[in-house]
Structures are given as C-alpha cells and as structure tokens.
Design a protein around this ligand. Structure first.
Ligand SMILES: Cc1ncc(COP(=O)(O)O)c(C=O)c1O
Length: 378
C-alpha cells in the first residue's frame, strides 16, 4: 500500500500500474527455494484453499496464466471447430485467442458505452445455431450484467465463461465473481491486484468440470489416481489432450504472501475511487463510467469518457501523469476478422475512453494532484 513513499518525488511521475509484492514474499519464496521443491505441490493447494476461503472462488485451480485459464475453459467445455463464442471486443486479445486456439470463432457483440461490458441486448442478435458459449469480460473489474447473461444462456442452452482477469475480489449481487458461472478465469499477472508473477486460476461451479480442469491442467493425467509403478513410471492411459498449465510452488508462495492484507488493499482502492468520483463527477468534458450499487467492482482500472482525448493525454503527460486506453476493441485484428462498424457503442468507446492511474502505491495526495490537473482543463 501507500506506505513510506516520498510524495514530492512521485508527484510528477505517476504511473498507471504498480506491481505489489508483500514484504513477507521474500522469505516465503526463499523458503521454497531452499526446499528445492519448486513445482506444483502443497503451496499450490494452500493457495487454492485460500482463494476459495477468502475470495469466494469455487473450485479454483491455480494455473500458470490467465490465458491458460481461458484456453482450458474452452477445451474442457468442449468448444471446437465450427462453434461460435459470443464476446465483447473491449478486452485483451487473450480472450479471443483462446477461442481461435480451439478452432472456434469469436463473434463480437456490442458493449454498453457506459461500462465497456458486453451488452446483453446485443448478445441475442448474435446467437446462431453454432453458438456454444457467451464470454463475459468484466472490463476494469466491473461485473457484467450476469443475470441477463445467464437468462440468455438458459434460454439458448449456452455455456457461460467469465473472463475475470481484472476482477478478483469483485461481487455481483453479493456473490463473489468466481462462484457464478460454469467457468471463471482469473489472471495473477504482474500488474494485477493479486500477483504470482505470472499465474491465473480457473473456477468451475460444476464438480465434473472442475475434475476435468485439475486433470487436464497437467497433461491429462489424474495424479491422485495414477500411482507410480514398480518400474518407475506413473500408471495412466491418456484419453485426450492435456496441457502443462499448473502453477508452481514458488509462484504460489508469492501469491500466498500477496493474499496477506488483500481485503485492506481492496478497501484502499475503493477509497481512492471514491476520491476520484467526488473530484471528477462535475468536470466538464469528463463523463464517468456507470457504477450500479448491486455490484462491487474490483477496481483494477479507473476509466471514463473524455472529450479531446489526445489533448487530455498530452496535458497529463506534461504534468507527469500517465493515462492510457489500456486496450481498444480487439475485433480490429485481422485474425478476428477486422473492425466491425456495426458495433456502434464499441466504436464510440474506442474514440473517447481513457484510464488514469489506480494502484496500491498511489497516495490520496497524488489523486488530488491528478484531479486538480484535470480540473485545470486540457
Ligand atoms: C481481459 C484479459 N483477459 C485475459 C488476460 C490474460 O491474462 P494473463 O496475462 O495472465 O495470461 C488479460 C491480461 O491482462 C486480460 O486483460
């Protein structure tokens, strides 16, 4: 958290993100190094148990990245050649790559201009007989309209996959993200709220899917039921393709350290976000994203719409403040078929969205400085 930063030296050098490493991480990780048991073992199990107990995740399987979580969700859900997955373009390319990896097609629906999240009304228009799943990306950590998405999924018999890379610790109608849909994918990459360096988790509400995730994250071998034979090799018969996607114990040690004080750090983020809201809600040329009271964002990003965006970015940069679009609509990529002009809100969002710094090391004084800079105009 904020801690002992020298305010005067950081006031004109404010980055978008930080990498949070808890002070206890060094000793936890070096303890693992001294045991030389580095790969998946008891610390991965402990990390998973704490993700379930403290963040409300259901059946979390710790993996080596959020991208692995997305791909494993595709594979275990049986999505393949000829299938379509409906998703919003407002995300990182990893979301759609995982679909293409399995030979399926990402089909882009429009977003809500007010949030960057998928618009349930637009999903319906994109459903065909080939649609197999809906992927809901919680942009910046703000949960999608899960009730509406699940109603459509029930009506058309579709799988729901949440890309919650930005949303550990978020809740929707008092339910933890990671406890709601068939599959929920988290990222613990370096600049996320909770980092293991690189890492991720895949949660499944169904126990059969969860068993498959645990089996296929390690080559498709069920380690618990494949004892080592007298001649020195595990006894197993491979029946389908598995992957090397498990997390390692040294990464889990970092994750366990970073879980210390996680809720306090989330509260601190919420405090910083309130400060931004109070300071920016009346500023001409700024339109804040919508925040409904039935859900709690994980606040990975603080975003809004701004007029004259390039001038805004340049003005902040001149004052030592980073700002970024983070990502714009990924449908523009040739691999995904190129920019779709019928996605009216995505195209509007691409033109006006912006994000300003939000992270654990940010001080209220720095937020004040950012607000005052914006208030002076651009
Ligand atoms: C929305 C989204 N999905 C998936 C990923 C992939 O996560 P990872 O980098 O852990 O593979 C990211 C990465 O930042 C992301 O922003």
């Amino acid at each position: 958290m904020a801690g002992q930063l020298d305010i005067s030296s950081t006031m004109g050098n404010i980055s978008m993100f930080n990498t949070f490493v808890h002070p206890s991480a060094q000793s936890r990780v070096s303890e693992v190094l001294s045991t030389t048991f580095l790969s998946e073992g008891k610390l991965v199990k402990e990390f998973e148990a704490r993700l379930a107990a403290e963040l409300g995740m259901v059946n979390p399987a710790a993996l080596n990245s959020g991208t692995s979580a997305l791909h494993l969700a595709m594979a275990v859900s049986g999505i393949g050649h000829g299938d379509e997955v409906i998703m919003a373009p407002q995300t990182f390319i990893a979301s759609a790559i995982s679909v293409v990896q399995e030979g399926a097609t990402p089909v882009f629906s429009d977003i809500q201009y007010e949030t960057g999240n998928i618009d349930p009304a637009s999903i319906k228009d994109k459903i065909t007989e080939r649609t197999k799943a809906i992927m809901a990306v919680h942009w910046g950590g703000y949960p999608c309209d899960m009730d509406e998405i699940h109603a459509l999924a029930r009506q058309y018999n579709l799988i729901v996959i949440e890309d919650a890379a930005h949303a550990p610790g978020a809740t929707y109608k008092s339910r933890a993200i990671g406890s709601i849909s068939d599959f929920t994918c988290f990222s613990f990459q370096a600049i996320k709220h909770l980092t293991t360096g690189d890492g991720g988790a895949l949660c499944c509400t169904g126990s059969e899917n969860a068993r498959e995730v645990f089996r296929r994250r390690w080559f498709g071998i069920d380690r618990a039921h494949s004892p080592v034979s007298e001649i020195g090799e595990r006894i197993y018969d491979l029946t389908d393709v598995g992957y090397k996607y498990h997390l390692s114990d040294y990464a889990a040690a970092l994750g366990l350290a970073n879980l210390e004080g996680f809720e306090e750090r989330m509260q601190y983020r919420r405090q910083l976000v309130r400060q931004y809201h109070d300071g920016l809600s009346q500023v001409s040329g700024v339109t804040l994203f919508e925040h409904k009271t039935d859900r709690e964002s994980a606040h990975w990003l603080f975003g809004f719409h701004v007029e004259n965006r390039l001038e805004f970015i340049r003005t902040l940069k001149a004052k030592g403040i980073a700002s970024s679009v983070v990502h714009d609509g990924i449908d523009k990529n040739t691999l995904f078929g190129g920019k779709k002009m019928d996605l009216i809100n995505q195209r509007r969002f691409d033109e006006t969205q912006i994000h300003i710094p939000l992270h654990d090391a940010l001080l209220p004084e720095q937020i004040e400085y950012i607000i005052n800079t914006i208030k002076q105009g651009w």
